[in-house]
Write a protein that binds this ligand. Structure first.
Ligand SMILES: [Zn+2]
Ligand SMILES: [Zn+2]
Length: 344
């Protein structure tokens, strides 16, 4: 089968590798769609621990497809099922796993991170992933693209759950890439009041307005826009852009008791950010971080997609055959378009 292997810093190849064998407790997935994430771009640019020419890694942690083979011991899965797969597999017995925070498990394994991922024609779904519920069935009418996007959606949901959006909260989302768009979707579902869509790229802001005509566009200059819209500040601010300055400035835009979500990491050389901590004190602000998603959150997001509560289909993504992975990765790295999806 064809697969995209990472070999080290800025080294990937389209390889021909054997279709994985499955054991009695495992299942085999025929991948139909796998989307590129900022993490894949970073792993390509920086290399990744333990990955080398001698120890290549098949990338891809946002993927969906059809179950084509199940081991004799597998319960709950059958051939032909359309599924999306939560990438992070907890050990199952540490305190975090027992609390349902499988993504915080220190022994976690993850598809496309430290075990073979979804940029391949087939993926072995191991027994522990099946038993822990990492495989989420999807309805027939849900596209494979949408199914693959359940992964980033559930990262977004995890962040907003921690943030605690309350009905009527005014929300500013900075960064109108696919993640920013998903933040708008989830914030609206959770009952946000006014939603402000902010990005330096006019094209990206206009795309957000096209998708959600009731959002308030902001083209980078937040104070000027707030003045125009007659608002003093927001209750919630989500920074979905790898920009230190956006993180620091956002403190200024908050109402009393405001909450900020720093979604996503910053480049290694920009990770130390000076911020005005007096604003945190005097406005009683809270800054929240988030990472990945638990299996429970993944399953919930799959249900929201099945129930058509989250219009993931609006994120019109560019599809590529696996042979054009280089091109897809290049476009993702250059932040062209929204999501870039390898289709099989
Ligand atoms: Zn991702
Ligand atoms: Zn664990």
């Amino acid at each position: 089968m064809k697969a995209i292997q990472l070999l080290g810093k800025e080294k990937i190849r389209l390889a021909e590798v054997p279709i994985p064998e499955i054991g009695e407790g495992d299942a085999l997935l025929k991948v139909k769609a796998a989307s590129i994430c900022g993490t894949d771009v970073r792993m390509y640019k920086n290399g990744y621990k333990n990955v080398s020419e001698d120890n290549p890694l098949i990338l891809g942690h946002e993927f969906a497809g059809d179950i084509v083979k199940v081991g004799s011991r597998v319960k709950g899965l059958r051939e032909g099922m359309k599924v999306s797969v939560a990438p992070n597999i907890g050990c199952g017995h540490c305190d975090h796993c027992v609390n349902g925070e499988t993504h915080l498990c220190e022994e976690m394994t993850a598809f496309g991170i430290n075990m073979p991922g979804g940029f391949a024609e087939y993926v072995r779904i191991p027994e522990n992933a099946i038993i822990q519920g990492n495989v989420a069935p999807l309805d027939e009418e849900i596209s494979y693209q949408e199914a693959a996007l359940v992964e980033p959606l559930s990262c977004v949901y995890n962040g907003q759950k921690l943030l605690g959006i309350r009905p009527g909260d005014d929300v500013l989302v900075t960064g109108m890439g696919p993640i920013g768009i998903m933040h708008i979707m989830v914030a609206k579902l959770l009952g946000a009041g006014k939603v402000f869509a902010n990005d330096l790229s006019e094209e990206r802001v206009n795309k957000a307005v096209e998708l959600f005509p009731d959002v308030y566009p902001i083209y980078g200059d937040v104070p000027a826009a707030f003045e125009k819209y007659g608002v003093k500040g927001v209750d919630v601010c989500i920074i979905a852009a790898p920009a230190a300055i956006a993180q620091a400035q956002s403190l200024e835009y908050m109402n009393m008791n405001g909450r900020l979500l720093f979604f996503g990491g910053l480049p290694e050389d920009k990770k130390i950010v000076p911020i005005n901590t007096n604003l945190i004190h005097y406005k009683q602000l809270r800054i929240q971080g988030c990472t990945k998603q638990s299996v429970g959150e993944y399953r919930l997001c799959a249900k929201l997609v099945n129930d058509k509560r989250i219009p993931l289909g609006l994120i019109m993504s560019d599809g590529y055959p696996i042979e054009d992975f280089d091109k897809a990765l290049e476009n993702a790295a250059a932040a062209k378009g929204l999501k870039h999806v390898i289709e099989f």
